[in-house]
Ligand binder design. Sequence first.
Ligand SMILES: *Cc1c(COP(=O)(O)O)cnc(C)c1O
Length: 370
Amino acid sequence: MQKLHTLLEKIEQRSEHYIGYPTSIDYNYEELYPFLNYSLNNVGDPYLESNDMHTKEFEREVIEFFSKLFNAPADNHWGYVTNGGSEGNLYGLYLARELYPNGMVYYTESTHYSVQKNIHLLNMDSIVIRSQANGEMDYDDLEVTLQMNRHRPVIILANIGTTMTEAKDHVPTIKECLKKYAIKSSYIHCDAALAGVYLSLLGDHSFDFENGADSIAFSGHKFLGSPITCGVVLVRKSYKDRIGKSIPYIGTLDTTISGSRSGINALIIWYSIQKWGEEGLLKRAQACIENAHYLAEELNQIGVKAWYNQNAFTVVFPKPSPAICKKWQLATENEIAHIICMPGITKEKLDEFVVDLMPVATLSMYAIGL
Ligand SMILES: *Cc1c(COP(=O)(O)O)cnc(C)c1O
C-alpha cells in the first residue's frame, strides 16, 4: 500500500502545476461515492431498458439537457454517454460512413490526433484541409478541394475548439461552400470536445443542430469536470436508427460503440448539471474567459506575445524553456505552447506562472532592444 501513497503524493504535487491540459479542477462528487460500491452498467442503448443495475434514466436526462442546449430537433435526437470525446467523434464518423459509404472526410491540419485514427479504423477516404494562422479552417482551401471531389458525398469534421489554439471552424461558412458547389449529400460532425458546452452557454450557436450539425461530441472531463474520463455524443435519431442491431443476450439494441458502459459516468455528468445549473455553468465559463484575458494581458506586459481566439479559455504564446514546459506540464506544438484557463484555475496560479516566465521574458526583451 506504500506504493499507492507514493503515487497519491506525486499526483497531489503534480496537480499543483497542471494548467496545460483542459481539465476542470473545481468539482466534488463525494455524494456519488456510495455508487462506487456497485457495478453500474448502462450497456447498449440508453433509451431501452436492460437489466436493473444501471443509471439510464439519468443518462437520458443528460442527453435531453444537451439536446436542448444544442438545439437538436425535438422529435429527432438521440445520444449516449461515451468514454470521452474521441469515442464521440468515432461515433459521428461511423454514422456518416453508414449514411455515405462513398463519402470523403474533410478535416483540417489542426484537428485532434484521434480523428485520423478514427478515419483509419473506419477505413474512410479523407483529405486534410489547410488551417489559417489562428487554427481555423482555411475555407479557400476547402473550396478548392471540394471542387476537385464534388462527385462524392462530403463528410466534414468541424473543429469547435482545436486542441492547440481553440479555434472554431465556422459551420455556416462551410455550409455556404457546400451550397456553392451544389453538393447534394453531406454530413457535418462537430468535434466540440472542450468548448461545445460553454460556447452554447455563452450564446454561440453557430455549430449546433439548427446551424447544420448532424452530430456533436464533447468530453465530460474537460469543462464539466470528472475524475473519470467520459463524454457525450448527440446525433439525429433517424441516422442512428439505421445502425442498431437487436442483441437478445443483453435484451437491448446495440447502438453504441462500447458494449458495457459505466453507469457512474452518466451520474457524474447529471450531477454536474444539477449542481451548477445552466446559470452556474455560464458564470463558471465567464470566469474562465476573464482569466484567459487576464493571463494574456499579464504575459503581454512582460513582453510575451500571447493571444487567444474569441470565447476561448486557451491562451497561446511562444514555447518557453523546456524547464518551464516540464514544470507546468505545457502542451507544445512546433513553436507554440498554451495554457487553458479551466474552471478552478485561479488568478493566483496564473500569476505564479507569469512570475516563473519573467526572467526569460525580460532577457528576451533586452535581446530585442526594448
Ligand atoms: C480532448 C479532445 C479530443 C479527445 O477527447 P477525449 O475526451 O480525450 O477522448 C478531441 N478533440 C478535441 C478538440 C479535444 O480537445
